[in-house]
Write a protein that binds this ligand. Structure first.
Ligand SMILES: O=C[C@H](O)[C@H](O)[C@H](O)COP(=O)(O)O
Length: 220
């Protein structure tokens, strides 16, 4: 928890008055939103765009002014977590199911700062099951097609029901173990009819900040 907090607070220091800030989702982004909320209370003037209903509610509770995505053309800086980060700063995201909104916000951001604890740093992506957001219609065949790409697909459940994203879609967690060509896999997955998007974030991160359990924090 401490390693996530210190990475988040270092990232929040990049925010300047007047910026439009993208707020990530998850237990690491939580700490960034907390810090931004504190800074806003102390007089920092920013506006935010959230990557999930959960983060939007948290931001509003903390007094951060939140804009709808429809109101912005571009975002100055987004701070978000990740499930895995490789040496080229390619990412797996979506462990919390927020990948689609996160990818849209990331693609609109001039800067994307990824904040992680040391457990998320990997040489090769794929140990963490790759989340893929799919529409409900025809989901059985979409899952089969994902399985043909060399993974074991698993429909994400929430208690005894299929998990629903903020967009009303399903998530399939694809167990690859090794993702050798993330760029190609990203394109191949997104070509399957019924796939909305997947959790591979290729060349989107502009900064990665890692918090360590010993209390140190390193910007890669
Ligand atoms: O859908 C969730 C997001 O992609 C999160 O940013 C990612 O899962 C990392 O979450 P956490 O910081 O809780 O490990």
């Amino acid at each position: 928890m401490e390693s996530k907090r210190i990475a988040a607070e270092k990232a929040a220091a990049y925010i300047r008055a007047g910026m439009i800030v993208g707020l990530g989702t998850g237990s690491t982004a939580y700490w960034a939103i907390q810090k931004i909320g504190k800074n806003v209370k102390e007089g920092l003037s920013i506006q935010a765009v959230a990557t999930s209903v959960h983060s939007e509610n948290l931001a509003k509770e903390l007094g951060i002014p939140v804009l709808s995505i429809s109101e912005v053309d571009s975002i100055d800086l987004t701070i978000d977590g990740a499930d895995e980060v490789d040496d080229s700063w390619n990412l797996i995201k979506g462990g919390g199911g927020a990948l689609l909104r996160e990818k849209i916000v990331a693609s609109m951001s001039k800067e994307l700062i990824i904040i992680v604890d040391e457990s998320k740093k990997v040489n090769q992506l794929g140990k963490f099951p790759l989340p893929v957001e799919i529409v409900q219609f025809g989901n059985e065949v979409t899952q089969k097609r994902l399985g043909k790409l060399g993974c074991v697909p698993q429909l994400r459940m929430s208690e005894d029901q299929a998990f629903l994203t903020d967009n009303g879609n399903y998530i399939v967690d694809c167990h690859f173990e090794h993702i050798i060509q993330p760029h190609e896999l990203n394109t191949t997955i997104n070509m399957i009819p019924g796939v909305v998007d997947n959790g591979l974030f290729i060349k989107l991160a502009t900064r990665v900040i890692v918090g360590y359990n010993d209390g140190s924090v390193v910007e890669l």
